[in-house]
Design a binder for this molecule. Structure first.
Ligand code: ME8
Length: 525
């Protein structure tokens, strides 16, 4: 990393660090793919970007899973991280800059220093606590929130009664300051429904937070009282700071912190929007600029989850639809921030109509016609008129909308929708202009018209390849190659969103080849 030319810190995006009690499912991949699209979008804006993901390895949940499998927790974590988590992110083309594991010394040493510091500042004291605890959430519950007396409202499984002498963080002292902070930074928590929920939660009054455990030992020891380990959530939240050099590499930390966006599922919003900012306030660090809570992927009306055995493996879907269609589908089909259900039928329908028919066919038709009528050499557009101007205008509008919707608002569904409106517009243009009919007119005027139509379509595809690159990097790269763009314009990753609508980027003379089919027909569709 490093500072940008202006000395501003990088656009820093994080995912939750996931528990390694089991392999990743669609829900984890949902948040991670969203973060990847967001960071790739900002890279194409030409910004300095830092994208962090990782794994949360301490706590009872992971410890018990390791025990049940007859290995040590560390062995269990090492195996799952290397065999399941990292390979999946590679498979899904996740371009994270770092991967933090909470068992790494670069993290655990800093966690101890952070907690020691709070202790010395008087922010931590010793006390006792008892209450119902959900191990799947790694969280004490309020008795009033339990279902049927003893079920966790998220996992629908019995809670355990815990009674411990613990260390407490004076969270209750931060309510007013947090409310002021939310007030001054109305975009800190998004979407608005999430902000409202947090504000009303904090207004009810905060309780001090138990931040240590002494009934098991799989965690980071409290430095001044090593019979206790640090509560897994305090340990975990700190990853966002330790991974970018907090306490170890001040230059890197200054170039990266604060995070611009913590992406989280709505299940862990309070940890990120209440506890985490309070921890940072207590320690005098600057606060993240935003927390965005995504909704839940549901199966049979319940949150898809490992604990409920409803987790679906992303590979089941990528084998059938391919990686890029997978990345596209969840962000396109579900407005980011809302819950959504996955279904094979819906995925197949969107694959066929939007990806294969609207987009894939456009790309292959244009390449085929440039091949057939101009031997693969992109002709010049000498006869551009109002129809071509409408396409250039449509592109400018789509690019501007997508930039705001995806890059600023994290409204992936509407942003991708804007790009696909442009795809539809280009398809409409081709049906109206009917180049296959114009081709029969062998006069110079007819040939100039044919050249102009095919140039316009190919130039539109140039822009589409750039705009879809953050969402579908592999497909866009194939399209870029098929347009023969690279020798003239350079690498796809170096194309800038701000320039994408400048008409005429792809020069006449580019060698257009009919590449492989972008979205093959589905088997058993
Ligand atoms: O909570 N729908 O880890 P975790 C959408 N270690 N998103 C889902 C989802 C679903 N059905 N299921 C999971 C933890 N997710 C902690 C985080 S951060 C300092 C520590 C996503 O393995 C979503 O982002 O339970 C959710 O917040 C995260 O996975 C929880 O993963």
């Amino acid at each position: 990393t490093g500072t940008t030319a202006s000395g501003e810190s990088a656009y820093y995006v994080t995912t939750p660090i996931y528990y390694v009690n089991d392999a990743p499912h669609l829900g984890h991949a949902y948040t991670t793919v969203a973060g990847d699209v967001l960071t790739r979008w900002h890279r194409q804006r030409g910004e300095k970007v830092w994208y962090l993901t990782g794994t949360d390895e301490h706590g009872q949940k992971v410890m018990r899973t390791a025990e049940a499998n007859g290995v040590t927790p560390q062995e269990w974590c090492d195996k799952l991280v290397e065999d399941a988590w990292k390979p999946l992110w590679e498979h899904l083309q996740i371009a994270n800059d770092d991967f933090i594991r909470t068992t790494e010394p670069r993290h655990t040493d800093r966690v101890q220093e952070f907690v020691q510091d709070l202790y010395e500042k008087g922010e931590i004291y010793k006390g006792g606590y008892e209450g119902p605890y959900c191990v799947a959430c790694e969280e004490y519950k309020s008795p009033g929130d339990l279902l049927e007396g003893d079920l966790c409202p998220i996992h629908k499984r019995p809670v355990e009664w815990l009674k411990e002498e613990n260390y407490f963080f004076r969270l209750s002292a931060y309510g007013e300051r947090l409310l002021e902070f939310y007030e001054r930074n109305p975009d800190f928590i998004r979407p608005a429904s999430a902000r409202n929920e947090v504000v009303s939660f904090v207004k009810q009054g905060l309780q001090d937070l138990s931040i240590s455990r002494s009934t098991f030992d799989w965690g980071v020891p409290i430095p001044w009282d090593t019979k206790h380990v640090i509560y897994v959530w305090i340990d975990a939240l700190l990853n966002y700071a330790t991974a970018v050099g907090y306490g170890s590499d001040q230059e890197k930390f200054d170039a990266t912190w604060p995070a611009n966006i913590h992406l989280v599922g709505k299940d862990i919003l309070r940890f990120h929007a209440v506890i985490w900012p309070a921890m940072l306030m207590a320690n005098g660090l600057s606060l993240p600029r935003g927390v965005f809570a995504n909704g839940w992927l549901m199966v049979g009306g319940e949150k898809m989850s490992k604990s409920n055995l409803t987790g679906i493996s992303p590979r089941e879907l990528t084998e059938h639809f391919g990686v890029d269609a997978y990345r596209y589908y969840f962000l396109r089909a579900i407005p980011f921030g809302q819950d959504g259900s996955f279904s094979w039928e819906d995925f197949s329908a969107r694959y066929t109509s939007e990806l294969a028919n609207d987009f894939g066919n456009l790309a292959s038709r244009v390449a085929a016609m440039v091949g057939k009528y101009f031997e693969g050499t992109l002709p010049e557009a000498t006869d551009a008129g109002p129809a071509e101007q409408a396409i250039a205008d449509g592109l400018a509008a789509a690019a501007a909308q997508a930039d705001t919707l995806i890059g600023d608002n994290l409204d992936f569904s509407a942003g991708i929708g804007a790009i696909f409106e442009f795809v539809k517009q280009v398809n409409g243009y081709l049906s109206d202009q009917a180049p296959w009919k114009v081709a029969k007119d062998e006069s110079p005027e007819g040939q100039a018209r044919l050249a102009t139509i095919l140039y316009t379509a190919a130039e539109s595809l140039r822009a589409i390849a750039v705009l879809l690159h953050p969402v579908m990097p592999g497909t866009s790269a194939k399209l870029w190659a098929s347009l023969g763009a690279e020798p003239h314009l350079g690498a796809l990753a170096d194309q800038r969103i701000a320039d994408v609508a400048t008409w005429g980027g792809l020069p006449a003379g580019a060698q257009v080849v009919k590449g492989e089919i972008l979205f093959p027909r589905l088997e058993n569709a």
